[in-house]
Design a protein around this ligand. Sequence first.
Ligand code: IMP
Ligand code: MG
Length: 182
Amino acid sequence: MTQIHKDIKRVFVDEASIIARSKELGKQISEDYDREGKNPLLVAVLKGSIPFMAELMKHITIDVEMDFMAVSSYEGTRSIGDVKILKDLDRSIKGLDILLVEDIVDTGRTIDQVVQLLMNKGAREVKIVSLLDKPSRRVLEMNADYIGFTIEDAFVVGFGLDFNEKYRNLPYIGVLKDELYQ
Ligand code: IMP
Ligand code: MG
């Protein structure tokens, strides 16, 4: 049995469910891309997407490559596509079909900016797979093509997701005890 971290109030999605859902998504993604004769480049935005990227790619049966980037929003600006690249992709993505791997879509601002950035770099297509989706928090009409789990409006940690850079290593997704947020 998984030992639950002392700071966790409730487990939202357990490890077995994340693996089972990643298997389903991997199968569906493989079938969809195979049907269209495409081999996507998997792009994960650091750092939250790493555990999901690692789990998901094991269940993709078509040939894929992987790359990573890190971005941050410029302070005090909300303008679309205005995002600072902290770590860029290793190579040109001109003409490539990108499958952007995300941990969570919350307001939608991050994927909106990253998709714009990847299209500006000349990608042919950008699709999105996100482990979690919080549709109730959306401020932009941005949706993932593939979603692991849709959750209510709660702040969650684990399986890559952090609170002040902590808890990314938990193998499940959970809610922190209320006193941790004080
Ligand atoms: P968005 O730009 O508002 O869609 O937010 C996406 C990013 O916010 C994610 O990649 C996370 O880094 C962070 N985030 C949003 N919701 C949560 C949460 O519940 N737990 C941890 N991080 C979150
Ligand atoms: Mg974060």
